[in-house]
Ligand binder design. Structure first.
Ligand SMILES: [Zn+2]
Length: 95
């Protein structure tokens, strides 16, 4: 569905299909600049969170820390698998 949006940069009207990367047909500026920036900020924060996770094994980690992190990953996997199984079992038993 196409809607018209007023460009924040040149104040001309352009068609906007709702895509985040939609650009003004007059000046080429992003129509949804705040949405684009928010999405980029969210992706950056997601990447930073992933890099700062204590389970990520880094090159500078010692052997003991690596072993501890690998154990943590395995325990996390077992916990999530068990929790998923319990949820599945409860769903099957009640349904
Ligand atoms: Zn424009």
């Amino acid at each position: 569905m196409k809607i018209q949006s007023k460009c924040w940069n040149c104040s001309e009207w352009s068609y906007n299909t709702g895509k985040i990367e939609e650009r003004c047909i007059h000046c080429g500026e992003l129509l949804n600049k705040s949405h684009f920036e928010n999405r980029n900020k969210a992706l950056t924060n997601q990447l930073i969170d992933k890099q700062n996770s204590w389970l990520v094994i880094r090159e500078e980690d010692g052997r003991f820390i690596r072993l501890l992190k690998k154990t943590g990953i395995i325990v996390q996997f077992i916990f999530v698998s068990f929790a998923s199984f319990v949820i599945w079992l409860i769903t099957i038993l009640t349904g």
